[in-house]
Design a protein around this ligand. Structure first.
Ligand code: NAD
Length: 417
């Protein structure tokens, strides 16, 4: 089997959606290429005095609809194709929810669990300094992603501001509240996942109480989604993270599990009456109605797609479904709510944070959450409308909506020079 390349995955869907829109190849040709790729080497003096050099990227896919926007990921599997795909998905995501941003992404190839806190801080600051020529509140705005936290966003903001000699909170979102972060940002992606889950089951005429849920990943996004869906009455029957998985047919006590994890407990070792262990890989194929992948790309593949029991998949992660798996789900009538819609809540509230930063405002939580709700529900309905009008999937419908908006903006702006 050919090696998985998320960028190729993205291009296949782009072509399909552009074809359905009846676009001329010249109309969308630019979307197939990132505008700018910056690769940097990040030398760090480790605590023991040795020197290590990490590989980092910042890739800007499109600035046609506004400044580039996207998270930074610290993970041992980060590479150019992954960051390129993640940057393109950001352009499409911002267009789907119709916020005035383009798309970008950054990453460092590192397992951050193997660094001390001081090493992590030095690496973050040096990375920020290295990509400084192309970032800024009107150029390209950073944010959290896998293994990057509000504290790390604070170091980004401080480094940028120190070098510029002026406070620039708008260069990064997902910051701690004390330095210009927004209320509701930490929970925003998971909250968006809850909103689209509620909307899709409403569309299908189902109610939360009838439905069981399995969630892969209990970090920022998966953990928040688990908490909010549990509160809404869904029965969360299985969850897993890097330490392992657990299942309870009668439903897991999510608040108790999260309290245990906050005390430093490993999810895979959690014990309670009725709770059984689950192999990490089985979380995706365990019996449930709704499956929420919330870890990394390429989790649902040609190998395991036929074993998936869920009727609905909500892509909380970016790119969890390979194209071959998507086709299998389509044939089997499994509904997939695509990543560029399902996990867009994070970038929406990042946008609110940036608006607050550049205008010197502080919004209350009610304003943040109600504005998020409005945008997510509107976007869901627009994607659904596109899907129904063209008799296609929600994924292709979402891409069509995004491409239509990106192409329209490009046409108006024209080419330079
Ligand atoms: P995170 O680092 O907070 O959490 C990742 C979780 O995945 C952890 O619980 C980790 O243990 C688990 N995990 C990793 N490998 C696993 C494996 N093999 N099996 C089971 N669990 C595994 O990251 P996050 O911010 O929650 O991001 C998760 C996904 O959501 C990513 O695809 C990210 O791009 C996407 N996303 C995040 C945001 C955001 O605001 N943080 C926004 C949009 C999309």
């Amino acid at each position: 089997m050919a090696e998985y390349n998320p960028y190729e995955n993205m291009l296949l869907i782009l072509e399909r959606a552009a074809g359905l829109l009846g676009l001329n190849k010249n109309d969308y040709r630019t979307l197939k290429y990132p505008e700018r790729i910056l690769q940097v080497s990040i030398p760090i003096e480790m605590d023991d005095g040795s020197v290590r050099v990490f590989e980092g990227y910042r890739i800007q896919h499109s600035s046609v609809r506004g400044p580039c926007k996207g998270g930074i990921r610290y993970h041992q599997d980060v590479d150019m194709n992954e960051v390129k795909a993640l940057a393109a998905w950001m352009s499409f995501k911002c267009a789907v929810v119709n916020i005035p941003y383009g798309g970008a992404k950054g990453g460092i190839k590192v397992d951050p669990r193997k660094l001390t806190k001081k090493e992590l801080e030095r690496m973050t600051r040096r990375y920020t300094a290295s990509i400084m020529p192309i970032i800024g509140p009107q150029e390209d705005i950073l944010a959290p992603d896998v293994n990057t936290t509000p504290e790390i966003m604070g170091w980004v903001m401080d480094t940028y501001s120190m070098v510029k000699g002026v406070n620039v909170p708008g260069v990064v979102t997902g910051k701690p509240l004390e330095i210009g972060g927004s209320l509701g940002r930490v929970q925003a992606t998971g909250r968006g996942v809850r909103i689209v889950t509620r909307e899709i089951i409403k569309y299908l005429g189902l109610s939360p109480k009838q439905l069981t849920v399995s969630i892969q990943g209990m970090g920022n996004v998966g953990g928040t989604a688990a908490r909010l869906l549990y509160k809404e009455g869904f029965k969360i029957v299985a969850v897993a993270d890097i330490t392992g998985g657990i299942r309870a047919d009668a439903g897991l006590d999510i608040p108790a599990i999260q309290a245990y994890m906050e005390q430093g407990g490993a999810l895979g070792s959690y014990e309670a009456p009725g709770v059984v262990k689950l192999e990490n890989s089985d979380i995706l194929t365990t019996q449930c109605d709704i499956l929420i992948p919330a870890t990394m790309e390429n989790q649902l593949t040609a190998e395991n797609a036929n074993d998936v029991k869920a009727k609905i998949i909500i892509e909380a992660a970016n790119g969890p479904t390979a194209v071959e798996a998507d086709e299998i789900f389509n044939e089997k009538g499994i509904i997939v709510v695509p990543d560029i819609l399902a996990n867009a809540g994070g970038v929406v509230v990042s946008y609110f944070e940036w608006v607050q930063n550049i205008n010197g405002q502080i919004w209350d939580l009610n304003k943040v959450n109600s504005s998020l709700e409005k945008i997510m529900v509107r976007s869901f309905n627009e994607v659904l409308g596109m899907k129904e009008k063209n008799d296609t999937t929600l994924r292709v419908g979402a891409y069509m909506l995004a491409i239509e908006r990106l192409v329209a903006a490009k046409k108006i702006r024209g080419f330079f020079p």
